[in-house]
Design a protein around this ligand. Structure first.
Ligand code: PDD
Length: 281
């Protein structure tokens, strides 16, 4: 495997950043994960638009020009021969003596890109079986709309899920409304077939897959309601699912100990999942 680190393509095992990198010391950085499908980077424009926003919110510049970033993503995928899989990019503020405030003199940002194949068999099995999720309080900061590498609350949430034999954790706010998954957006399907998901204000990350599902819904006369929903409403829903670049649309068949619907993937999410890659090019 090959990784891109600050202008160089290097063997993955030797790909390193400095001990004083601000990403390492302060989680002072942002990232994106894009799906690769048939060799194409899915929704790259939207991912790079979101990256631009994240960088801007942290008062960081693009580490390379946007065009160059596109080339690096494609080249990293190509060098790793990824036809179906993921490309990961991370930008940190760079390397400087440890000091909380930004370095006074400008320093070059750190840019790292990796890519890997994901065996297609996994996706088939997950689509057929669905996943279980557990609920856990959302203990994150208020700027979860920025895709930063400060992910410790999500790490702990995901570990709680894994310990319970589940694949994702759904976090809930102090009023008992679901915010989102540890690394995905959360959806339910009403009894009348309407998709319900939380509005993308500051309480969640504005998922790119979420936007793609909304486009699909609009084009196929599927109703979408953007509003918060509670754990109880989710448990009583006809269907539930998550969306992310790594999971497309994935059926949720159990929340905590409660089976959703008849405990098997529902027809709405199964259709969304089956047709997700229509028109990817
Ligand atoms: N996570 N919400 C959170 C908190 C996320 O971390 C993610 C993505 C999403 C879904 O966004 P998108 O559809 O753009 O992937 C929502 C990525 C996949 C990750 O951290 O691995």
């Amino acid at each position: 495997r090959i990784a891109y680190v600050n202008g160089r393509y290097v063997p993955h095992g030797e790909a390193c950043v400095h001990v004083e990198d601000r990403g390492f010391q302060f989680a002072d950085g942002v990232y994106e994960v894009c799906e690769i499908w048939d060799g194409y980077i899915v929704d790259m424009t939207r991912h790079l638009d979101r990256l631009a926003r994240s960088l801007n919110e942290l008062q960081m510049d693009w580490p390379v020009e946007r065009r160059a970033m596109e080339s690096i993503l494609r080249e990293t995928a190509r060098r790793n021969r990824v036809k179906k899989g993921l490309v990961y990019l991370q930008v940190t503020r760079g390397v400087a003596r440890r000091d909380f405030a930004f370095p006074k003199t400008p320093i070059p940002a750190t840019l790292v890109v990796t890519a890997r194949s994901v065996p297609p068999g996994n996706a088939v099995k997950i689509g057929e079986e669905g996943i279980a999720v557990v609920t856990t309080p959302d203990i994150r900061w208020e700027r979860v709309d920025i895709k930063t590498v400060a992910l410790l609350p999500q790490v702990l949430a995901k570990q709680k899920a894994v310990r319970a034999g589940a694949k994702e954790a759904w976090m809930y706010d102090k009023d008992g409304f679901i915010t989102e998954g540890a690394s995905s957006n959360a959806w339910i399907v009403n009894q009348d077939g309407t998709l319900v998901t939380r509005p993308a204000e500051r309480g969640i990350l504005r998922g790119i897959t979420r936007a793609a599902i909304m486009d699909f819904a609009a084009a196929h006369d599927i109703k979408v309601e953007e509003r918060p929903f509670t754990i109880d409403e989710a448990k009583a829903a006809r269907e539930a699912f998550i969306t992310s670049a790594t999971m497309t649309a994935t059926p949720v068949v159990k929340i905590d100990e409660t089976p959703i619907g008849n405990g098997a993937p529902g027809s709405v999410v199964s259709e969304l999942r089956a047709r997700f890659h229509e028109g990817v090019e």
